[in-house]
Design a protein around this ligand. Structure first.
Ligand code: ADP
Length: 252
């Protein structure tokens, strides 16, 4: 069994302010396929604020409103996942974590026991930041850094980040047409790690910098990260199921 973490960003999971149900189904199908190929999969999913927004049109500019929207949306998000996983005969579960869990070895151990037990019982843990009590995701990270901690502390070999971008480029491909994909990255410079955040839409707060920080953290702990498109899952399938690195960026 190879344990992996898959993180899906809010840009991939939402469309016109609502949950993109077809993309969610494709993601759940991928996880079912991976499980059939002997992978243990932990999912880190954003999307609670977007799901909440479909029910109550609060102004997302305020952190308090985003906390409220996350509280409204989280159970809706999980309900959608439950329905989709059920199509593949799978059970999923909700694990809400806050960043400070990772500051205490006792708390980490506690959470790891729960995660291990879920995985042993063939249940997919779906992790999200507990936004109502901790505002890290809402203010900084779009779960990129949370998912890196999840991968490291819950002992996964690989973190797969499914993004609105299909790889890391030598410059922002949305601004420069001659940007070139970097297939494999083994070191990240301080300059790249401290660059300005570049969130790409109103739901995406991370940008490429938090992905690089996550990759740097994992590589320094002897783990790997794969950045690939969440709109087209073929590069992830090629790597994880066929063992072929076609697209995407592998940090190792
Ligand atoms: P997510 O889908 O995870 O929410 P974000 O929108 O937060 O992703 O971050 C990805 C965005 O970062 C891309 O759409 C792109 O515009 C931007 N970006 C900036 N620099 C780069 C780069 N060097 N390589 C790839 N993407 C970059």
């Amino acid at each position: 069994m190879q344990r992996i973490v898959i993180k899906v960003g809010s840009h991939v999971l939402t469309e016109k302010g609502a949950i993109a149900k077809r993309r969610m189904l494709a993601l759940v199908q991928l996880i079912a396929e991976l499980k059939a190929h002997q992978y243990e999969v932990i999912l880190v999913s954003s999307g609670a604020v977007a799901a909440g927004s479909t029910q109550l049109p609060l102004d997302r500019a305020s952190v308090a409103n985003r906390q409220a929207l996350a509280a409204i949306g989280q159970p809706l998000l999980l309900k959608m996942y439950q329905e989709k996983f059920a199509k593949f005969g799978l059970l999923c579960s909700q694990v809400l974590l806050s960043a400070d869990v990772f500051e205490s070895t006792e708390h980490i151990q506690h959470a790891k026991v729960a995660i291990d037990t879920l995985l042993e019982n063939n249940v997919v843990p779906i992790i999200n930041e507990n936004d109502t009590v901790s505002i890290e995701e809402l203010v900084f990270g779009d779960n990129d850094r949370l998912s890196a901690h999840v991968a490291h502390h819950f002992d996964a070999e690989l973190l797969v980040i499914l993004s609105d971008i299909d790889a890391l480029y030598d410059k922002d491909p949305n601004r420069y047409h001659d940007a070139k994909r970097r297939a494999v990255v083994t070191t990240i410079s301080d300059e790249e790690l401290n660059a300005e955040h570049t969130p790409n839409n109103e739901f995406a707060t991370g940008g490429i910098v938090t992905k690089l920080q996550s990759a740097d953290f994992l590589m320094k702990h002897g783990r790997a990260m794969f950045l690939a498109s969440g709109f087209d899952l073929s590069d992830v399938k090629s790597l994880l199921i066929d063992g072929k690195h076609v697209g995407g960026t592998l940090f190792q």
